[in-house]
Design a protein. Structure first.
Length: 373
């Protein structure tokens, strides 16, 4: 049996090129160390086919973080070569580990900053990535409050603010059915202090179930910000025919965000489920219909950004019930067979939502009003 496989998306221009790699282990009977070896070997082989490309963000999806994170970090020896995220969201193909890597190729400079952010500089912009931020405060509310306050301070050290420069966040919440409310309350409260309200804007985000290696950490924050970006470059996506504003049901994130550069448009679609424009769950207990409605919602958001699934570079698909995997995989393979994607076991924030997905897209354009990416 083949030990591993790599799915690659390429966006190539005359400037900086973008790549998404999804790396999978094919043989679930291998030991964890053998699976890590196979995955890292496949990743290295794939990157050799992209000369000069550098990873700026990696996320490892693990089946048992408490027993796997230390060995992975020791074997990968990559803690400072890019922003790194590790989360327990078991791959649903029965393996112990999978990898999403976002890579750039071109005239750029990268370094780990003293504050913990990973900086990628090219042209007029400083791209700031961070992953695996946790603490051990008393509960999910206090942990989220500290995580956001620390992140705000880190951005300030780099001349940035949460409201003006942060484009994307991920919140992984242990025991999400019980601890999501604390994360939401802290995020709402902190956002208000930063001028982020339903009357201004929020940030594209995914809030999803996930565990960390340390069981005392019940929330993890990953985030992406861009220094040098102007307000006019950023637009939020609403799709009001299909979705409502999240503030209507007490949470604070945008459904999607598009960012215009001189040579491309990037689109960040938040975690999206089977929901209507009244905030109601659609198609209770029907995984097929929920999947189709989820696709429809994502498609409308992409269309608002003048994009389609053709421009999507990667997909992360979250399932509450691992028994739904084969049904969902068959649906995705029928429509998106060659699209880099990973299916993981991670409950959505409402028990009635059986599935959620997020994605990133990029589209070439010429916009002389802004510097190139």
């Amino acid at each position: 049996m083949k030990k591993s496989k790599v799915e690659i998306f390429k966006f190539e221009t005359t400037g900086v090129n973008e790549f998404h790699l999804m790396v999978h282990v094919c043989d679930p009977t291998l030991t964890y160390q053998q699976q890590v070896d196979a995955l890292l070997d496949a990743y290295e082989a794939a990157t050799r086919q992209i000369p000069g490309a550098v990873a700026v963000f990696k996320r490892y999806f693990l089946s048992d973080a408490a027993n796997q994170a230390d060995l992975l970090l020791a074997m990968a020896t990559e803690g400072t070569d890019c922003a790194l995220s590790l989360v327990q969201q078991p791959p649903l193909d029965g393996t112990k580990i999978a990898l999403w890597a976002y890579m750039l190729q071109g005239n750029l400079q990268t370094k780990a900053l003293p504050c913990g952010l990973f900086e990628v500089v090219h042209g007029a912009y400083r791209h700031l990535w961070t992953g695996s931020n946790t603490n051990q405060a008393a509960n999910s509310e206090y942990q989220t409050r500290l995580l956001l306050n620390d992140y705000i301070m880190n951005l300030m050290q780099e001349g940035c603010t949460l409201a003006d420069h942060c484009l994307r966040t991920w919140f992984f919440v242990q025991d999400i059915d019980n601890k999501y409310a604390g994360m939401v309350k802290a995020r709402n409260d902190v956002f208000i202090t930063q001028g982020l309200t339903g009357k201004t804007h929020f940030i594209a985000s995914t809030g999803i179930g996930g565990r960390m290696a340390n069981p005392a950490s019940c929330v993890q924050l990953d985030a992406y910000a861009v220094g040098g970006i102007q307000h006019e470059q950023v637009h939020h996506l609403y799709a009001p025919t299909h979705l409502n504003r999240t503030s209507e049901y007490g949470v604070s994130f945008e459904r999607g965000t598009m960012v215009d550069y001189g040579d491309r448009r990037q689109v960040f679609i938040s975690g999206t489920a089977s929901i209507n424009n009244k905030g109601e769950i659609m198609y209770h207990r029907d995984i097929r219909k929920q999947t189709l409605r989820m696709w429809e919602n994502v498609e409308v958001l992409l269309k608002e950004a003048d994009c389609s699934f053709d421009e999507v570079g990667q997909m992360i698909v979250y399932l509450r019930d691992m028994a739904d995997f084969y049904v969902v995989k068959a649906l995705f393979d029928e429509r998106f067979l060659d699209k880099p994607k990973v299916f993981v076991n991670a409950p959505v924030c409402r028990p009635g939502w059986l599935i959620e997905m997020e994605c990133m897209a990029v589209k070439a354009q010429v916009n002389p009003a802004f510097p190139a990416f």
